[in-house]
Design a protein around this ligand. Structure first.
Ligand code: SAM
Length: 220
């Protein structure tokens, strides 16, 4: 008997969580539940659907990528999210990371600088009824001042430095993850902002497409 498409993808998604996410040490139950639920295959083109649950990033057009499932889980876990949090994402891309966040938190604000990608992502958010995802077209390095401060900020493109504006828009006890480095490789840097100041930790190597932006850079 030919397996139904949806059943096939459900099975592949479960395998993905077991083999790529749990075995590599992701333990946050909310992150695992979101990864089990969000239909990743709908965030890639039809031609790539059969590869959607593989252990790698995939092209989404305009020389951009949907990130590897594990890095999505790792960054999401590092944000230490709670259900009332408001989160800012820079680099909507396919919309997959925003959907994972939307399963866990109260509201997600996501900014993308390539209009065609944002339109596609918005369409999927509407289709899947993610009414708690607010989108904006533009340069995310300047953040989203009117909606700040945010409990968490995630940058899903490699930046040479952490933009000043994003640190300013982080709430007290806010968490931020940013891949920092050049276009070949980056380190995933976690920033915690509390009343004692700004605290940094390095979560290890990663590789993202470049964050493009003229404003908002800093050496902090
Ligand atoms: N989070 C995405 C997902 O789940 O598919 C993956 C993002 S992809 C690795 C990086 C995205 O960042 C690209 O779509 C790119 O256009 C976007 N980007 C790069 N620089 C940006 C900027 N300054 N402001 C907003 N988006 C930016």
């Amino acid at each position: 008997m030919i397996e139904k498409e949806s059943t096939k993808f459900d099975r592949q998604r479960e395998e993905m969580v077991k083999r790529q996410i749990e075995t590599r040490g992701i333990t946050d139950q909310r992150v695992l539940a979101a990864m089990r639920k969000v239909p990743r295959h709908l965030f890639v083109s039809e031609a790539l659907r059969d590869q959607a649950y593989g252990d790698f990033p995939l092209p989404i057009g305009d020389q951009q990528t949907i990130s590897q499932p594990y890095i999505v889980a790792e960054m999401t876990q590092a944000l230490q999210l709670s259900e009332n949090d408001r989160v800012l994402e820079i680099g909507t891309g396919s919309g997959y990371q925003a959907a994972i966040l939307a399963e866990i938190v109260y509201r997600v604000y996501t900014i993308e600088r390539i209009h065609s990608l944002l339109i596609k992502a918005r369409r999927i958010f509407d289709h899947l009824r993610y009414h708690n995802i607010i989108t904006r077209f533009g340069d995310g390095t300047v953040g989203w001042l009117e909606e700040s401060p945010f409990d968490a900020i995630i940058v899903t493109a490699g930046a040479p430095r952490i933009p000043d504006s994003l640190i300013d828009q982080l709430a007290e006890n806010g968490r931020m993850v940013v891949p920092v480095g050049d276009q070949h490789s980056q380190e995933l840097v976690k920033t915690l902002k509390n009343q004692d100041g700004i605290h940094r930790s390095n979560l290890g190597g990663c590789r993202f497409v470049k964050l493009v932006g003229e404003k908002g850079w800093s050496d902090r």
